[in-house]
Design a binder for this molecule. Structure first.
Ligand SMILES: NC(=O)c1ccc[n+]([C@@H]2O[C@H](COP(=O)([O-])OP(=O)(O)OC[C@H]3O[C@@H](n4cnc5c(N)ncnc54)[C@H](O)[C@@H]3O)[C@@H](O)[C@H]2O)c1
Ligand SMILES: O=P(O)(O)OC[C@H](O)CO
Length: 378
């Protein structure tokens, strides 16, 4: 028995355990922080038990959200009804959370990432490693960057990606699910006793009873699946709002998956089709999001009521974000700059519908354009 314990200790322990920080405390941010704090509590040889979570401070009926989380162990605004581990601490001070951390877990709606990175520049450990749980892309003029690349470039640290079929409210309630984490060996890898390895990743995120982690190396594939499925889920919401039935939803999912794979091949040639079809971060996430995600619900309400997207988002989500609305605009801007709009009829149509320039009823027109019948060779 003591040999087993010694082996476990020597295999995973460092001189100093890893200190983990979570940047973000929304619906998914809080859920992932809960998972991490459960794991650090069980593995003190590998991780510092206490986990700090950065909270964008807000007032809830006269009390600070951080005080409520720390006193009641519940994020009453973004994850109500779920008790959080006592070793998870909320703080509004971004630098106090991030500066001492060995592992930074980013988990904010992607429109806020750039500003957070500006504040962290030069203020974190140069040896820190990061995992991005965000789903989105960083589009600037004619460039389209993965968010993990943005984190790496801005902070000069190595970054992996967590993405999967992961509706936060279900995972927070410990319903069984799985996820994909893409993490490659850093160029300046310091060795298994002193650096984050795939085992570290698994120990930090995997919960045997309810959250299964698959570690892969395809950062681009895992990231693109998570970003683009948010746009496609809006489209499935549109046809659901129009009461077109399940066949229409399947058709949208098929065309959406095809555009996801084509986008990967064209702009991120390293992205593997296998990831987009067979990993949790691919088709599984697409199906899950199109069945019950926030983007799906927002799309459904837009089509059913004719209200503008931002109004529906505000009315339905109580401060949470439907990332597909922003990603649709960003993808449109990027593809437009590349003169490549025609290759992505579904992604583009979603943007035009959100902008009010097309109605959701026009979706079949785009299928007609893409599915031309070809003559046989004589
Ligand atoms: N919720 C899910 O089920 C889920 C699952 C997997 C991945 N994701 C992805 O995870 C990321 C985070 O999503 P989420 O669900 O945790 O967030 P969310 O949609 O719940 O957004 C709310 C969060 O944004 C914060 N916020 C509001 N204004 C801000 C500002 N000006 N600056 C910084 N933060 C601000 C709020 O304080 C709150 O923490 C997104 O990219 C999302 O696509 C979400
Ligand atoms: O609720 P959504 O649409 O933001 O999707 C949440 C997750 O990304 C599903 O995996």
């Amino acid at each position: 028995m003591s040999n087993i314990v010694e082996k476990k200790q020597s295999e995973f322990s460092r001189a100093e355990p890893f200190r983990v920080a979570v940047i973000g405390s929304g619906n998914w941010g809080t859920t992932v922080a809960k998972i991490i704090a459960e794991n650090t509590n069980e593995r003190p040889e590998e991780f510092v038990r206490d986990v700090n979570m950065w909270v964008y401070e807000e007032d809830i009926e006269g009390r600070k959200l951080t005080d409520i989380i720390n006193e009641e162990h519940e994020n009453v605004k973004y994850l109500p009804g779920v008790k959080l581990p006592k070793n998870l601490h909320a703080t509004p001070d971004l630098l106090a959370v991030a500066s001492p951390a060995d592992i930074l877990v980013f988990n904010v709606p992607h429109q806020f990432l750039s500003r957070i990175l500006q504040q962290l520049k030069g203020k974190i450990k140069p040896t820190a490693r990061a995992i991005s749980c965000l789903k989105g892309l960083n589009v600037e003029k004619n460039s389209c960057q993965l968010l993990s690349t943005q984190i790496e470039n801005e902070l000069n640290i190595h970054c992996g990606v967590l993405s999967g079929a992961n509706l936060a409210p279900e995972i927070a309630r410990e319903c069984w699910s799985e996820t994909t984490i893409a993490y490659v060996k850093p160029k300046d890898y310091r060795g298994k006793y002193d650096d984050v390895t795939p085992f570290t990743i698994k120990h930090l995120f995997h919960r045997p009873a309810y959250f299964h982690v698959q570690v892969i190396e395809d950062i681009a594939g895992a990231s693109l699946g998570g970003a683009l499925k948010n746009v496609i889920a809006l489209a499935v919401g549109f046809v659901d709002g129009l009461n077109w039935g399940d066949n229409a939803k399947g058709a949208i999912i098929r065309l959406g998956l095809r555009e996801m794979i084509h986008f990967g091949h064209t702009y991120f040639p390293g992205a593997k089709s296998y990831t987009l079809t067979c990993e949790s971060a691919g088709a599984a996430d697409l199906i899950t999001s199109c069945a019950g995600g926030r983007n799906f619900k927002v799309g459904r309400e837009i089509a059913a009521t004719g209200k503008p997207a931002e109004q529906v988002e505000a009315e339905l989500l109580n401060g949470q974000s439907a990332q597909g609305i922003i990603t649709a605009a960003e993808v449109y801007e990027f593809l437009s700059s590349k003169g490549d709009l025609n290759s992505y009829p579904l992604l583009i149509t979603v943007y035009l519908i959100l902008k009010g320039e097309r109605s959701a009823e026009c979706i079949p027109e785009y299928f007609n354009k893409t599915e031309d019948v070809k003559h046989w060779e004589d």
